[in-house]
Design a protein around this ligand. Structure first.
Ligand SMILES: Cc1cc2nc3c(=O)[nH]c(=O)nc-3n(C[C@H](O)[C@H](O)[C@H](O)COP(=O)(O)OP(=O)(O)OC[C@H]3O[C@@H](n4cnc5c(N)ncnc54)[C@H](O)[C@@H]3O)c2cc1C
Length: 372
């Protein structure tokens, strides 16, 4: 039986381990987790709101990993500040209970951790190495298959072959409004980058903010007093989501594309952010990473040799990965272009998207379920 090692126990590494063990409980699997066994550091950590697609929701349900407090998205409103054209996507058009959910990074991380603890309780050959990084270990003799799931954030990772710095930084945090969110997600494109307001786990009057801008403007915004910050945000977004009355937990992230050309090399394979880190404009990073993890687990548990499994994995992930990276890169760049023909074309594109229902549905399906 092949020996498998997973390095990195973020949401993607944990989900991969869970899918492997739920299919083959006696798999020889070692998971290297940089974090300690206690959940404390995770629960007090990253409170960023992540849009998890309906496709990921279904995948995570298969291992019983779903956080309790995860407001659903029923409608998405896409617009372009100062220009014509808008598109609205409704769950009814896709015949889905929800278009997606918003979960805190910490909550989804903990939910998958808990699911793996339960699943692995009947796995005699599974070892979970806490407070352990790979740096001190010999990668060549670790296992027959070494899965890299070390993840990471843009500018904090090693540079890969596919690299683009959008020179944008995102402010994330929560906003309190005088209006209930009613399960509506807003994506407003501005000249500096997208500005998203999403339902929040904090309650109906709260929204998760992702405000992308150039790094200097972001730094200046974060230095403003709360009232000035809210007034600038209101000016940038408009009044559609109500009056902004408070904000909190504001911090910033650098944004860019950093992806590997090859996701398999010898007995090593890369999944999640270790394979591709993307701009959050379309909310695809974790969703794509979970699809990586699920496909890899399927390949490893259905093929006899490690090489066969990795060869199949590489082929199966090609289209979804390339399409998602390209779509995200396109969206991150097209709306910040100041060229007149491009400005005109994107207005027409948004307006036509609203009218061409089959095109809108097909795009939304790609974002929700990936390329199948
Ligand atoms: C502002 C922002 C908003 C985003 N919004 C969305 C969204 O709406 N929807 C979406 O799908 N995605 C979104 N993303 C992307 C999403 O956060 C990532 O794609 C996702 O977290 C990747 O998960 P991962 O497990 O691959 O990596 P990570 O979440 O980075 O986890 C990696 C884990 O590996 C551990 N580790 C690292 N190095 C080692 C080592 N050497 N040895 C052992 N362990 C190690 C780390 O401690 C960590 O626990 C967003 C990202 C940002 C920055």
């Amino acid at each position: 039986m092949k020996r498998i090692a997973i390095i990195g126990a973020g949401p993607v590494g944990l989900a991969c381990a869970s899918w492997i063990l739920s299919k083959t409980p006696d798999a020889h699997l070692d998971l290297y987790d940089r974090l300690a066994e206690s959940d404390d550091a995770i629960s007090q950590g990253d409170s960023r709101g992540i849009a998890v697609s309906q496709g990921s929701h279904l995948l995570l349900n298969s291992i019983g990993a779903w956080p309790n407090n995860s407001p659903a998205i029923h409608k998405i409103h896409v617009s372009h500040r100062g220009h014509f054209g808008r598109a609205i996507v409704r769950r009814e058009e896709l015949n889905q209970a929800a278009l997606g959910h918003i979960v805190r990074y910490a909550d989804i991380h903990l939910a998958i951790r808990k699911a793996l603890k339960k699943i692995s309780s009947s796995s005699p050959n599974f070892n979970w190495h806490f407070s352990q990084t790979i740096d001190t270990l010999d990668k060549n003799n670790l296992a027959d298959v070494v899965i890299h799931a070390e993840g990471g954030l843009f500018k904090q990772q090693e540079w890969q072959e596919i690299y683009r710095d959008y020179e944008q930084t995102a402010i994330v945090g929560w906003i309190k409004t005088d209006r209930a969110h009613q399960h509506l997600a807003w994506e407003r494109f501005t000249e500096e980058g997208p500005l998203a307001l999403l339902p929040s786990h904090k309650g109906q009057e709260y929204l998760n903010l992702v405000w992308c801008g150039n790094p200097k403007a972001t730094e200046d915004r974060l230095a403003l007093n709360p009232q000035e910050f809210l007034s600038q945000l209101q000016k940038a977004f408009g009044s559609r989501a109500g009056k902004f009355i408070d904000a909190g937990e504001l911090r910033s992230y650098d944004l860019g594309l950093n992806a590997r050309k090859e996701i398999v090399s010898g007995h090593e394979v890369w999944i999640g952010n270790a394979a591709q880190t993307m701009h959050p404009v379309a909310g695809q990073g974790l969703n794509l990473g979970l699809r990586d993890a699920h496909t890899l687990a399927e390949s490893l548990t259905t093929h006899h040799t490690a090489q066969e499994a990795l060869d199949q994995y590489q082929v199966l992930r090609k289209t979804d990965r390339n399409t998602t990276i390209a779509t995200t890169d396109f969206l991150a760049r097209i709306f910040t272009s100041k060229l007149k023909p491009v400005i005109c074309a994107r207005g027409i594109a948004l307006a036509s998207l609203q009218l061409l229902i089959p095109v809108k549905q097909s795009l939304t399906r790609q974002m929700m379920f990936g390329q199948r």
